[in-house]
Design a binder for this molecule. Structure first.
Ligand SMILES: [Zn+2]
Length: 174
């Protein structure tokens, strides 16, 4: 079964919140529509055992971010409250959009930075990459090994960033 974009995002977010267990819980809740923590824990067993305690923790976390809603119903026999949980697709969409906007801002800042600077790298130390200004400070010598730094092309990086920005902008304009 093909997953919709929203489902894919939902799985990603669930994973962010609580790893594989949260993914199982969210999948189950999506299938059940509305369910108690007990019902979810039972349903999860088919895919992956998730302890009731973990199911609750995951639900509370999702609730804190407005990704699930909760309805309280009093049990006639016991007098206790039963909580019914449900995914909030609208909230999810808003959550995804705000997350994408944050990522977009960061990418744009990074792109600006890449465009406005010249970079120098060390052939020996792959993690050494400094701006022209910083390279001047060390007389164009690597701060780690002391070798001569070499100027580095960042056209590839700029184009990757540009593509990612375009893609997110297109997603946000839908
Ligand atoms: Zn070096």
């Amino acid at each position: 079964m093909a997953l919709s974009v929203l489902d894919e995002e939902l799985i990603k977010i669930a994973n962010l919140f609580g790893g594989e267990e949260a993914v199982t819980v969210v999948r189950s809740l999506k299938k059940l529509g509305e369910a108690t923590d007990d019902m979810i824990a039972n349903d999860c067993k088919a895919e992956k055992e998730v302890r009731l305690n973990s199911v609750r923790k995951i639900l509370y976390k999702l609730y804190d971010h407005g990704l699930v809603s909760c309805t309280r119903v009093r049990d006639e026999k016991t007098g206790w409250f039963i909580f019914y949980w449900r995914l909030q697709p609208d909230q999810l969409d808003a959550f995804i959009r705000s997350r994408k906007k944050r990522i977009l801002d960061k990418l744009k800042m990074r792109l600006d930075y890449e465009r406005n600077h010249t970079f120098f790298v060390c052939k020996t130390d792959p993690d050494v990459r400094v701006t022209f200004e910083d390279a001047m400070e060390t007389s164009f010598k690597c701060a780690k090994c002391g070798k001569q730094l070499e100027s580095s092309e960042n056209g590839g990086m700029v184009s990757v960033l540009g593509t990612r920005i375009e893609r997110i902008e297109a997603e946000l304009s839908r």
